[in-house]
Design a binder for this molecule. Sequence first.
Ligand SMILES: [Zn+2]
Length: 318
Amino acid sequence: MPIGRRDFLKMSGGAVAATVTPSALAAAPAKPRRIIDVHMHAYPATTVFADPIVNPITGAKSPIRNGAEHMEACIAEMKRWNVVKGIVSGGDGDRLKAATDWHDRDPARFVAGAGVRGSDDTPLPPLETLRKAFADGSIKVLGEVTSQYAGLPLGDPKYDPYLSLAEEFDIPVALHTGSMPGGTTFDPCCRTARARLGNPEYVEEALNKHPKLRLNLMHGGWPYLGQTIAILMLYPNVNIDTGALAWLLPRPAFHDILRQLVDAGFSKRIMFGSDHMFWPDGIGLAVQGVESAAFLTEQQKQDIFHDNAVRFYKLAEA
Ligand SMILES: [Zn+2]
């Protein structure tokens, strides 16, 4: 969910902050499990964070001043929580380079994804650029695809050659689904964005035109949960992630979503994702969001935190 800080604070409206108390911010366990975060965002090293970065949940101020410091803070937070692998896409500026810079900083830890949109403001990169990156292995994921922000369904013909390329190279696609931060449609970036386009049912045409796709419905399609389940049921090549839900939603609401998905039989299709955006401490909060789900078995936690991502993204040495 690549967005502006002010927009996000507007969205959270302070209401969420009361749901995570300082006592919930427990230290990382002594022997943490190996975790894969499939929903991370990079910003170019030279991007200046002009405003103080305040975590919308904890209210904590961060000293981070630019994209380079953000990357280092995220790596430190990953080490703290034993997040051994992260799938990262650029959310600003030169999006492809932002992601590959993270990979180059720590090649064993990061898998670079192509964060693409397809709006007038943020056009799709040349197809040949991606072909080269998929061929040489510098980019291994097509996503986060934010077609909803462009006001388009994934089935729009504009995305067809990109999805065909993903099929050709066996590249998984990660799509933003669900909702967007409050006011997005009034932002000059995204005047054509529409809530209804976050409904996962809009992916059906793309899935049928491109039957070899592996598709991650990022943010689990929330709040269109029934439609997410309908898509998971019909399309075995679709998984979801917990991006943003696991730490920005009030915890009871997140647990309710997780429980419905698990009760419906999809514990092997849910992948842990933080979508920490500007807030490295969002990674730990998201880990705690899943760890604190008392209704999950140890095997289900292992699947969600690690094994499902290894299988879906075909990760080696994770
Ligand atoms: Zn997103």
